[in-house]
Design a protein around this ligand. Structure first.
Ligand code: IPM
Ligand code: MG
Length: 368
């Protein structure tokens, strides 16, 4: 079998710094676990715009289609705020998601014990929290037509369209049910069936797929606004949440903050199976490019490192090695190592991005 391939797209802001730590981890697995990857690197977002005048070059798009997994750092920054809408760094990421057809976005929100005190909620509300948001990623109001800003009489009108086909709903529902079977067997589906027809259809299709294929899983439904409220009230009532593109964008930021730091959370965006049996896949931290701290060694590399752990699990069928890496990250936190984003008001002496990466590697080595 040929060596599995990875395309690294570090992107903008803190993307390159956190990705440098992932590179070290990849090297560690090659040297110590006989896990070799064919690693390529290219540009995305503002970095691609600076080099090529577009946020994602066609050649990069082609490479992304060919590899077994894409690892992305972050895109965006104030430097690009004035750019034409189609040239903004975010469009590069959205093009990757759409053209690779990465319809299922897995966003775990897990509260590490060592960090429960950093949550804005009480430690007993978030301690031990472990939920998975499955966000539909290639349709809905992000991509629906018609869209644009048009002139109607004397004024401009901004238009976006929420649109879901049955098959789009069914396939992401299946992803959620499959995951639930490997977890605690519970799915909560969120939409606004009380005001939106797309929400009515969403609820119907999820219910049908459940009845036909997954009746062993426990299914509940919630309006997305009530879901947001319940997520802050008692998040541990949830296991897997499945929802659409826009609600998933909002709810996953909310869930991320429950865990204390956005700097900790990974994500996987998965599409259909390729010929080699692997899903099309892109892995990225949930955090953004954090331009205010870029280039200063202050960024927390753990979300990006844990995104690579998700790649080991979902693309390369190395669940054991993924767990090894996740445990190494958790052990480093338990030892009290903190990047600046994890410092409480009382302060302390934070470690740098690369010190954090090195500490994870030391724990990996200790695990052998
Ligand atoms: C996310 C981000 C993106 C989104 C942006 C950067 C396009 O907020 O991944 O959650 O809105 O999907
Ligand atoms: Mg978002």
């Amino acid at each position: 079998m040929s060596t599995p391939s990875i395309l690294i797209l570090p992107g903008d802001g803190i993307g390159p710094e956190v990705m440098a730590e992932v590179r070290k981890i990849i090297d560690w697995f090659r040297a110590n676990r006989a896990l070799a990857f064919d690693v390529g690197e290219d540009l995305v977002g503002g970095a691609a715009y600076d080099a090529h005048g577009v946020p994602l070059a066609d050649a990069t798009m082609e490479k992304a289609q060919e590899v077994d997994a894409v690892l992305l750092g972050a895109v965006g920054g104030p430097k690009y705020d004035e750019l034409d809408f189609q040239l903004k760094p975010e469009r590069g990421l959205l093009r990757l998601r759409k053209e690779m057809d990465l319809f299922a976005n897995l966003r775990p929100a897990q509260c590490f014990d060592a960090l429960a005190e950093f949550s804005s909620l009480k430690a007993d509300v978030v301690g031990g929290l472990d939920i998975m948001i499955v966000r539909e990623l290639t349709s809905g109001v992000y991509f629906g037509e018609p869209r644009g800003i048009v002139k109607e009489g004397n004024e401009r009108v901004g238009i976006n369209t929420q649109r879901y086909t049955e098959s789009e709903i069914a396939r992401v529902a299946r992803s959620a049910f499959e995951l639930a079977r490997k977890r605690s067997g519970q799915v909560c589906s969120m939409e606004k069936a009380n005001v939106m027809e797309s929400g009515v259809l969403w609820r119907e299709v999820v219910t049908e797929v459940h009845a036909a294929e997954y009746s062993d899983v426990e299914l509940s439904h919630m309006y997305a606004d009530a879901g947001a409220m319940q997520l802050t009230r008692w998040p541990k009532q949830f296991d897997v949440i499945v929802t659409d593109n826009l609600f998933g964008d909002l709810l996953s930021d909310l869930a991320a903050m429950l865990t204390g730091s956005l700097g900790m959370l990974p994500s996987a965006s998965l599409g259909a199976q390729m010929e080699n049996g692997r899903p099309k896949a892109l892995y990225e931290p949930v955090h953004g490019s954090a331009p205010d701290i870029a280039g200063q060694g202050k960024a927390n590399p753990i979300a990006c490192i844990l995104s690579f752990a998700m790649a080991l699990r979902y693309s390369f069928d190395k669940g054991d090695e993924a767990t090894r890496l996740e445990q190494a990250a958790e052990a480093v936190l338990a030892d009290g190592l903190r990047t600046p984003d994890l410092m409480g008001p009382e302060g302390g002496s934070p470690v740098s991005t690369s010190e954090m990466g090195d500490a994870v590697i030391a724990k990996l080595s200790a695990s052998l």
